[in-house]
Write a protein that binds this ligand. Sequence first.
Ligand code: GLC
Length: 610
Amino acid sequence: MRYSTSTTSTPLLSDDVTQPDIKQLNFIQTNAAMSFEDAVTDAIDDVTSAPDEQPLSAAVVFGCQAEEKVKKKVKMQGGSSPENVTAGGDANQFTSTVVMMSAGNGRPTSGLKPSPSVGTSLESLAKSEADQNDNVSPWIMGEAWERFYKSFVYYKDKPVGTLAALDPSADALNYNQVFVRDFIPSGLACLMKPSKEGLDMVKNFLLKTLHLQGNWEKMIDNFTLGEGVMPASFKVQYKPGLQKDVLEPDFGGTAIGRVAPVDSGFWWIILLKSYTKCTGNHSLAESPAAQRGMKLILNLCLADGFDTFPTLLCADGCCMIDRRMGMYGYPIEIQALFFFALRCARQLLIPEHGNKELIERIDKRITALSYHIQKYYWLDFIQLNNIYRYKTEEYSHTAVNKFNVIPESIPDWVFDFMPLRGGYFIGNLSPSRMDFRWFLVGNCIAILSSLATPAQATAIMDLIEERWSELIGDMPLKISYPALEGHQWKIVTGCDPKNTRWSYHNGGSWPVLLWLLTAACIKTGRPQIAKKAIELAEQRLARDGWPEYYDGKTGHFVGKQARKYQTWSISGYLVAKLMIENPSNLRFISLEEDKKIAQPRLNRSGSWSS
Ligand code: GLC
């Protein structure tokens, strides 16, 4: 019994404890909040008026009393067909689904009460806490907008992006550049509070980065990059020879560690979709240049190679975590962004323009990718127990333990971390390797793109609520959990002094992630969680000078090397506020579940299908 070596608490997995025979999910329907009806109706009207899209989900729906408008939808699922978790069908249904696991002998149980955030409307929360926040919040918002405007970067007198940070007290390094990934919350803030300058900036950003993508030839140590790569960042540089400013991109060629920005192209496509949705103007997305740009990005990712998985193979440091952190292989952040971008591109590509074959490839990949992630990356209590009991060295198509994961490789912390209610997509999966770490970006993007099934999305929110002190702590919110320490830190990070335990990418807390959490909370009908997190951030963020990240197990300390006035800490906060104040803003960054994605659909745990 390996678990007996654990120093902590309940021996969940001892030999004499029978594996819970969990055969049912109770779907408890909660009612929708009248207070958000208008916002939601707006959102739904908007979505349903777009022929290429599904109606907005249950998600932008909040629990409370609105009996007449609510179409009751209570589902009980048996073990044989657990897939039919649906998220409120037509546009006028206001449903929200809460999943309860039964934890004993196949009988539904009342043992687990609904998570605290389930069924409380944001309105009632707002009322009870209005007094204490009303004084602070507008001031912080004002300061945030002011600093945000100061970060604008101009090229030929037009705004083209935002600086990564504006910290006069620290060496600029490349923080004086416009990073593609950092610009996403900036762009969303401009879309959610539209102004002419803001909308122009988003459009210019999309066009300029597109131009840089096409600007060959770029070499890194004499290897040309694949055509279609989007830069990690760019800066406006005065060229004395030319006597003018030029835009100078960085594709990782000068970045620390020479890391490749695999996420940039995906974020670019996602932002193009958001821009199109917000403005209702399809001319940019339908322009030959944008169509070509999308095609190049996708061709790179859909090219045949030696892969046996539908996931995308990457080197370490290929995304927001752009240093060595054991992310090589198939990191969840990239897989979720890949899925999101595929779905956005699927809606933006014009079939008549020679894209038929590409669209077929996209459809196939979307199906295979969602199956793979939903089934093999998913971890909850039941699935953990299954893996714990895995047989190894199985051969042939009938193998249960397909990747030959050795149970002894499950780290002890997972047994303590995994609550009875809740689950998440693990960090990485390849032969005999499951990286059990929690990564926030991948999990939230999975919710926003509807890569996670509604039941999985609910379970992810349950986990965040159950593990509040670990994942939110004093400052929202952990980029990864837990931290790598000691020998593991040495071998996995290469003794990286910036990524020491509970710092930076290694279990540090990043305020920018607030916007992703808020979007996911609204989509799953749990805005209270976001509201609580935002209030925590408001206590310190402005006062501490909008740091890039916080350190410590609970995120109590301003990060050791954190830049101050980090733009995405500011814009991430703004986007979170703009969404919590007006939940219909979610529609710019969320895709409804696509019922056409081929079966089999999966539920929370692979164990259900057996
Ligand atoms: C750091 C972060 C990266 C971010 C960049 C600019 O390198 O790891 O995600 O894009 O700073 O803020």
